[in-house]
Write a protein that binds this ligand. Sequence first.
Ligand code: NAD
Length: 451
Amino acid sequence: MQEFQLQKSKVAEPLDFTHRKRRLKALKEAVLFTYRDEIREALWKDFRKPVAEVDLSEVYAITSEIDHALRHLKRWMSDKYVRTPLAFFGSSSHIRYEPKGLCLIISPWNFPVNLALGPLVSAVAAGNRVILKPSELTPHSSAVVRKIVEAIFPPEEVAVVEGGVETSTELLDLPFHHIFFTGSPQVGKIVMKAAAKHLSSVTLELGGKSPVIIDETADLKAAAKRLAWGKWMNAGQICIAPDYIFVHHTQKEQFLTELRKVVEEFYNKNPTESVSFCSMVNEKHAERVYGYLEEAVEKGAKIQFGGGKEGKRIEPTVITNVPLGSAIMKEEIFGPVLPVLPYREKEDVIRYIHHGEKPLALYIFSKNEGNINYFLTNTRAGGSCINNADMHFLQPYLPFGGDNYSGLGKAHGHWGFLAFSNERAVYRQNIPSVLEKLMPPYTSGKNKVIE
Ligand code: NAD
């Protein structure tokens, strides 16, 4: 770590386009071919994550990010010329994209490969040097991340430092140029405070409660299928997982019937034995989520289906009649329990959502353009899907991130590149500027002496 600290004081040699491209290609090759089986195995060991989900949400998510960067990198890196107002006649101006320098990436456990290597793609594309600290809660995946990085990058370019809170705290003491943190809002605050000490810039990819609204016109069968996928993939341990659903009261029963059908179709009648459904990451998180469920039931919530728990595995569970004062309606659930609440008036939904922090995601299911527009206009969120869930994460032409409590700054594709770049303003004088006529001495005509 000391070595990196020293490096910060001098400007590191720029990593050129060819170099960045070579590294990104090597990273793709490693994730897609050389280490793919090890990634699958590690995630199975860490929390029984099904191979199909690993391929989509860990492998594909990274390789598509790399493909996108490779396709656009030349353009992203090139100087962007801007317009010249008449007053600046005789000059030209452009923006140069230079790497921030030495960056720290801290990642969480829920997509332990994707959320470690994804930001690394952006950092490398932007020409930075990086220290990456993956999560301690998924040790097998973190070890593979380390292996991949060590196989591709010399340690002075990218280094992985494994460890928990103590290691994180030590790293946060160092003067990085940029810190890219993915994790909980609580730890996000710690990161921002530490960054302030060195005035390091930050990108914070945080979490929170992401609501769903299903109106009276929605296609309930499609909504149930897409929401079941968006919620119960990764056993609900997704930052943008639907956290709770507001469904128009006329649609509630039909929606619950469709949802139950889909869950049986996806995971059969014993989801905790299904190979398509993964486990909670550890006992502590399983207890946390199950505790929310038990408390809500004690306070009057009704289990529509699910509710079982075997060790670290909790069934996909839907609850209704949920008291708004219960912990499950206050804390980010980050697990497979889903509260469904009926609503009558659109305004009540808006009022409730505004009551909480700005969510990372908000989903709207409707066929009515007026309603879609109403819900989009009257809510705030980091991102949204209309008639789907989670998909905006995978669309490389969209920025990804939250707003305030759910995050600061954006990631993915071009926005990821920008997060790790300094947009340097360059003004060039080609012929004498007309503004020179305004320079001193301020003789009469230019100046007026105030008595
Ligand atoms: P976390 O905040 O507990 O941990 C994230 C990282 O921070 C880990 O590497 C951990 O070692 C480190 N860390 C933990 N406590 C720390 C401390 N006191 N000081 C310094 N570093 C510390 O988050 P998690 O449990 O790993 O992940 C779940 C959270 O992450 C959820 O809130 C979820 O919504 C959020 N998340 C957000 C995104 C996103 O892209 N916005 C993606 C995934 C997860």
